[in-house]
Design a protein around this ligand. Structure first.
Ligand code: ATP
Ligand code: MG
Length: 424
């Protein structure tokens, strides 16, 4: 078949089993968030364009070239959200969540949109799950945010990752640093790629995000923020690291780690996985002490992170971690020369007992029905019809154990339940 339409480039359809793995992944994530006392928040997929320009920053890749922005019929400029933090802070302010008491601990999940070059682990529509801790300046808040990723990875049986961490300083210590960095970069301009040249004047710290090998080498001579951190930032950073040590979370201090969004202050971190090629950052975040103010609130600290759901799944695959249970339907009801209503009744009895059940619905032979039972992953088959049906009985087959019984449907149900409960 030659389909007439295809999904837009960089987007995907999630079908079984990926759809099911994604659902289970999100339920693990939700478990972690709830264990830490975070509450679900859901914001629109559309926001006013200004919100992102203001928060993410004008000289960032996202705002410069990756946003899906359009003018609607009413002349409003709208953007499909490229990330989740700015919308959450917007909602925090608009709904007056600070009045419920601080800190506010919120988690979210959902699709994000960035017009990037699609490749493995990089899509134009992707899913993030993330959390924001708003209102606390305590370094323990940073540690908590970081440790949620580590907890999730443990649940998912993932091991091959490193946590890279840095402090990108505060407004105060960054002033002198940026001036020095700019001066140094000016002298390097002929050796830098075009993008880094632009960054060196507009948003100099972003040069450290360049993947170009030549730039990476040249930038080895550039000053790093760690040498410029003020006393308060150093103390904060040390306490975050101490917290990680207490929790047994290994980290690697990377003083060239910067984030793609302008609003980060102090802590910045990334969890990178082996075996994922260039798109190896699975979870990332940091502190944003000026964002709330930037969006119109009173000065309020915050820290958060977000993880790429597709990339987590790629990591699970790469490590062959198998944290998911893919189970089909429990019982398949097959019929031999029996009216459909009888099957319908049997199905209802089974489903009412809390056991999942399916049937053929295609008017097939018993052999073909058995094949279909296999396809839907059923462990048990209840065969209704023939002489047994006359006697009010059915045949129950346990496909896993290759056993078979003839008994009343009620007894069949008890047997299935017993096997299920005892994990037999
Ligand atoms: P990268 O350096 O890979 O571009 P980023 O710094 O742009 O990532 P963030 O904005 O911090 O990423 O988003 C958090 C997480 O969301 C990333 O660590 C990644 O797992 C995921 N993510 C970001 N962009 C994409 C994308 N285009 N496709 C799939 N996942 C993505
Ligand atoms: Mg990016």
């Amino acid at each position: 078949m030659d389909p007439k339409y295809s999904a837009p480039r960089g987007t995907a359809d999630l079908t079984y089993p990926e759809s099911e793995k994604t659902r289970q992944l999100l339920s693990y994530a939700r478990e972690v968030f709830e264990q830490y006392g975070y509450q679900l928040i859901s914001t629109p997929v559309l926001e006013s364009t200004d919100l992102f320009v203001r928060s993410i920053g004008e000289n960032t890749d996202i705002v410069n070239k990756e946003m899906y922005t359009f003018e609607d019929q009413g002349g409003q400029m709208l953007t499909l959200r490229p990330e989740g933090t700015a919308p959450v802070i917007r909602a925090y302010l608009e709904r007056g969540l600070q009045s419920r008491g601080l800190p506010q601990k919120l988690y979210y999940y959902g699709p994000m949109f960035r017009r990037e070059r699609p490749q493995a682990g990089r899509y134009r529509q992707f899913s993030q799950a993330g959390a924001e801790l708003i209102g606390s300046m305590d370094p323990m808040a940073d540690t908590e945010i970081i440790s949620m990723s580590a907890d999730l990875f443990r649940k998912l049986k993932l091991k091959n990752y490193v946590l890279r961490i840095n402090s990108v300083g505060c407004r105060e210590c960054r002033k002198e640093y940026i001036a020095d960095l700019k001066a140094k970069l000016d002298g390097m301009v002929p050796d830098l790629c075009e993008q880094c040249r632009k960054r060196s004047s507009g948003n100099p710290m972003r040069v450290f995000d360049c993947k170009n090998e030549n730039c990476v080498t040249v930038l080895e001579d550039a000053p790093v923020i760690s040498a410029y951190l003020c006393e308060h930032c150093i103390e904060h950073y040390h306490t975050v690291l101490l917290g990680l040590e207490i929790l047994g979370i290994d980290y690697f201090k990377d003083d060239r780690l910067v984030r793609g969004l302008d609003y980060y202050t102090r802590t910045a971190f990334e969890f990178q996985f082996e075996g994922l090629g260039a798109q190896n950052t699975v979870s990332a975040g940091g502190r944003y002490d000026h964002l709330v103010e930037e969006l119109g609130g009173t000065p309020t600290g915050g820290v958060g992170f977000s993880l790429g759901v597709e990339r987590v799944l790629l990591a699970v695959e790469a490590e062959e971690a198998e944290p998911f249970e893919l189970r089909g339907v429990e019982v398949f009801v097959a019929g031999i020369d029996i009216p459909g209503v009888e099957i319908l009744k049997a199905l209802q009895v089974i489903r009412d007992a809390g056991i999942s059940a399916d049937t053929d619905l295609m008017d097939r032979s018993l052999k073909a029905q058995m094949k279909h039972a296999n396809r839907v992953g059923a462990r048990f088959v209840v065969i209704a019809g023939g002489e047994e049906h006359q006697r009010g009985e059915v045949t129950l087959r346990d496909l896993e154990e290759s056993e078979q019984w003839t008994l009343e449907i009620k007894e069949a149900l008890s047997l299935i339940k017993e096997k299920k409960e005892r994990g037999l």
